[in-house]
Design a protein around this ligand. Structure first.
Ligand code: NAD
Length: 488
């Protein structure tokens, strides 16, 4: 017996029995309990989803932006009304603390749909005067898009991808991560209830094979992935077979640079948020914390005092600040990185172990961990860990820290703490990262684009920029005179 019944796919406005005869299970990472069996899509099911999305697209793309906006806004209201119910499901499936999910995950998803619903009626081309002619452009939807999600922010990622795609008049087939599939189906139910035409938002489940089939499918016009860089390379290669457009939100190993004039309490708060929020399972995390040598000891002292006070516990308990990692495999990977840091000579200043939570012996909990005396070449300073492990690196010189911060194949995010505004802007301009913060960290207002450079991604989500990634531009020349022909 599982807590929830077996989950079918969601195609054309209703649940749809997969034909693969294959299922997989999703677990509660805090208890190990099996939550539900999830049906896996077969290649035939994917074809059905694509046909349905094409039919949905025909209706949706012919609506005006205002009509689309009205339906999306109804979905926003439903998401907000059901915030607690959805947050509870998200906590069960991800192991993240209720105190985060109840105020961030659904709220951010709803905000994003609201933002793009607001932009939908404003989409437009432009007019060009050409003397005896004129030209204009049309900003058209791409058609059928596919979204492939990561497991760390399941409903937020689904909402963000749906917001951009749907506001622009596309339909979207969404494949959640196998570890956290539950809330994407709830989003599909909400869209149907809000009046979205059938087929405009379909959800199918499965792992790499299903994601690969979507990336290869000739009936899909665009693929948007949130996941690891390794997967990004595979998806892009598969998408190239039909020259699909791609957007990629991938991994990172981001620097957080704290200068000697920084407000120390704010810098410590940001470093903790940049490493321990959602148990460290956040792509943009500032895991390489460069601290100026003159304030390093004071910084570490305050950091350790506050980190030791973090409450690790049952994710459903509203006082819990650090929940469970997503799976046993992932916990072992994170603990392996901690061991590598010890072996390579970093100084463990707090945490470093699997945490025991009373009543939850099967949970995948890891203590928030801080290493000092790190070197740039240590494994924990090079690899994306995706867990609650912070590395502190000392620096003395601005030019040197910029060079060290940029010495990574990733370029997702970066942060800098200083009271000197000239230095803040000077340094940020030199940093090779797509999403940067000055005197804060990991704040992602929907109004600002988010995206990565180098191996961290292609394209942007959110902000007005995203419209360009979900539309195509048609150029039209209109003759007002005669055709000037050289032929007799
Ligand atoms: P992952 O790459 O293993 O999986 C991501 C998704 O891709 C899943 O739905 C998976 O089923 C699918 N997939 C796997 N192989 C595929 C293939 N060959 N073809 C098509 N689809 C395939 O990543 P994950 O473990 O779910 O998530 C963690 C990673 O995601 C981290 O690297 C993290 O930094 C990144 N991430 C990035 C952002 C961002 O906005 N930049 C946000 C969240 C997570």
């Amino acid at each position: 017996m599982t807590r929830f019944p077996e989950h079918a796919l969601y195609i054309h406005g209703e649940y749809y029995q997969a034909t693969s005869n294959k299922t997989f299970t999703t677990h509660n990472p805090a208890t190990g309990e099996v939550l539900a069996s999830i049906q896996e899509a077969s290649l035939e099911d994917i074809d059905v989803a694509v046909k349905s999305a094409r039919a949905g697209f025909k209706i949706w793309s012919k609506m005006t932006g205002t009509e689309r906006s009205r339906i999306l806004m109804r979905a926003v209201d439903l998401l907000r009304e059901r915030n607690d119910e959805l947050a509870q499901l998200e906590v069960l499936d991800t192991g993240k603390p209720w105190q985060e999910a109840s105020v961030v995950d659904i709220a951010s998803g709803a905000d994003c749909i609201e933002y793009f619903a607001g932009l939908a009626p404003t989409l437009r081309g432009y007019h060009v005067d050409l003397n005896h002619a004129f030209g204009y452009t049309r900003r058209e939807p791409l058609g059928v898009c596919a979204g492939i999600g990561a497991w760390n922010y399941p409903i937020q990622i689904a909402c963000w991808k749906a917001a951009m795609a749907l506001a622009c008049g596309n339909s979207l087939i969404y494949k959640p991560a196998t570890l956290t599939p539950l809330t994407a189906y709830k989003l599909a139910e909400i869209f149907t209830e809000a009046g979205l035409p059938a087929g405009v938002f379909n959800v199918i489940s499965g792992g790499a094979d299903v994601g690969n089939a979507l990336s290869l499918h000739p009936g899909i016009d665009k693929i948007s992935l949130t996941g690891s860089t390794a997967t990004g390379k595979k998806v892009m290669a598969a998408a190239a077979t039909t020259l699909k457009q791609v957007s990629m939100e991938l991994g990172g190993k981001s620097p957080l640079i704290i200068f000697d004039d920084a407000n120390l309490d704010n810098a410590v708060s940001a470093a903790m948020l940049a490493n321990f929020y959602t148990q460290g399972e956040i792509c943009t995390n500032g895991t390489r914390v460069f601290v100026h040598k003159d304030i390093k000891d004071a910084f570490i002292e305050r950091l350790v005092n506050r980190t030791k006070q973090l409450i690790i516990g049952d994710p459903m308990n509203p006082t819990t600040q650090v929940g469970a990692l997503i799976s046993q495999d992932h916990m072992e990977k994170v603990l392996g990185y901690i061991q590598s840091a010890v072996d390579e000579g970093a100084t463990l200043v707090c945490g470093g172990q699997a945490a025991q939570v009373e009543g939850l012996p099967q949970g995948y909990f890891v203590e928030p961990t801080v290493f000092a005396d790190c070197r740039d070449d240590m494994t924990i300073c090079q690899d994306e860990i995706f867990g609650p492990v912070m590395s502190i690196l000392e620096f003395n010189d601005e030019a040197d820290v910029i060079e060290r911060a940029n010495k990574t194949d990733y370029g997702l995010a970066a942060g800098i703490f200083t009271q000197n505004l000239a230095r803040a802007h000077r340094v940020i301009a030199e940093i090779d990262a797509g999403t940067c913060w000055i005197n804060n960290y990991n704040i992602t207002p929907i109004e600002l684009p988010i995206g990565g450079f180098k191996l961290s991604g292609i394209g942007h989500e959110n902000g007005p920029e995203a419209i360009h990634h979900y539309t195509r531009l048609k150029s039209v020349y209109v003759e007002l005179g005669d055709v000037d022909s050289p032929y007799a």
